[in-house]
Ligand binder design. Structure first.
Ligand SMILES: [Ca+2]
Ligand SMILES: [Ca+2]
Length: 380
């Protein structure tokens, strides 16, 4: 900082506190009155000049402080953005999601809060027979979160009986991830036809910010009474998808009913999805994915295939999201939302939001352009 410049400003600022009230003329004659009038006019002009100097001096100081604060917050903002970057994949059993839930605005708002935390969220137990509840939910999410664009892709209605059917729906942020392909498993494996009640729905995604970039999600909500069989058959679906799309990067997720009475410990050795060492079960065994206080079961799961995908996952990030605790709800209020907590996992992010793919040079350049400004501000 230049000393001369400081002295000049200090002098200018100290003059601002001067009193400008001159003593009135003591005489009572015409001459004195005229002199008094002239003095007042002169003082008014002087005061105007000084006020404008003071304003300029304060503006100058304020501007410099504001500029420094702006530059500091900009630089901190970039760092925060880099540190806070994450890519979240979720799976949520919405428990009979349809018209009646869509009518409850508080339930819809909480669902929007939960789902909009995720870059991709698999919804299960969607029982929207008239096809109105899902669009309504998407609209609520869009109104709730203006920072991202949301789209969704849904399976057909699935189930062995006409009276009970469910859909899988993937809600995703179209500004961070795109769906490049989708596949409805036809459940036609020779010798093992109709293995599933709700056949797996598969999407292929491209998420350039993540370490894995291109990967597949296989959605499954198992039938509680047939969990062991369906989980084992999920292994066949995995093999088909790997071969079909020539990729090793596959994640299987959903309400697997993979705990408590539905998956006995003694049967686990018969499930290839558990015994094959190339599969990594990410949600810890002792997690509780049930809302009810009286139950503690790890039903909802996230499983990744292959070491490459496993390395792209943020270690120990897979967990249930206890929205009851997070949003301070009673058990009854939480059960109105669902009887399950969502499960989620974070993927490593290789480029921050500050430098999205394809514009990194431009953004880096604009950051470098600030350096001379910072130096100039410090030299003032
Ligand atoms: Ca079937
Ligand atoms: Ca529980």
């Amino acid at each position: 900082m230049r000393t001369g410049s400081v002295n000049k400003q200090q002098k200018l600022l100290s003059s601002c506190s001067f009193s400008l009230c001159a003593a009135p003329p003591t005489g009572r004659g015409k001459k004195y009155k005229a002199e008094f009038q002239q003095t007042r006019e002169r003082e008014a002009v002087e005061q105007k000049k000084l006020t404008s100097h003071c304003t300029a001096a304060f503006s100058f100081e304020d501007m410099r402080t504001a500029s420094l604060l702006f530059l500091l917050s900009f630089l901190l903002g970039v760092n925060y953005s880099q540190a806070g970057s994450e890519f979240r994949i979720c799976a949520f059993n919405l428990h009979h999601f349809g018209e009646s839930k869509a009518k409850k605005s508080d339930v819809m708002l909480t669902l929007a809060r939960i789902i909009s935390r995720c870059d991709v969220c698999l919804l299960q137990e969607v029982r929207d027979s008239k096809g109105t509840a899902v669009p309504q939910l998407i609209q609520t999410i869009k109104s709730y979160d203006h920072n991202h664009q949301y789209q969704h892709v849904a399976s057909v209605r699935l189930g062995r009986s006409e009276t009970y059917q469910e859909q899988y729906v993937f809600v995703y942020r179209s500004d961070t991830v795109t769906v490049t392909d989708q596949y409805q498993y036809p459940d036609d494996l020779p010798g093992d036809e109709d293995a599933f009640s709700r056949e797996p729905f598969v999407v292929r995604l491209k998420a350039p910010r993540t370490a894995i970039k291109d990967f597949v999600l296989i959605a499954q909500h198992t039938t509680p009474t047939n969990t062991t069989k369906e989980l084992d058959s999920l292994y066949d679906v995995l093999q088909r998808v790997r071969k079909m799309w020539k990729t090793e990067n596959v994640m299987l997720l959903g309400d697997f009913n993979a705990d408590c009475g539905y998956l006995a410990k003694k049967n686990r050795k018969n499930v290839r999805l558990i015994t094959d060492p190339s599969l990594h079960w990410l949600v810890p065994e002792n997690s509780d994915t049930t809302v009810k206080l009286s139950t503690s079961c790890s039903y909802d799961r996230i499983v990744v295939h292959g070491d490459t995908f496993n390395r792209a996952v943020v270690p120990s990030s897979a967990q249930p999201f206890n929205f009851q605790k997070e949003y301070k709800l009673t058990e009854e209020q939480a059960l109105d939302i669902s009887d399950h907590y969502p499960v989620e996992v974070l993927l490593r992010v290789v480029s921050s939001r500050a430098f999205p793919r394809g514009s990194s040079f431009k953004n880096h350049f604009s950051l470098f352009a600030f350096i001379p400004l910072v130096l100039q501000a410090l030299l003032w």
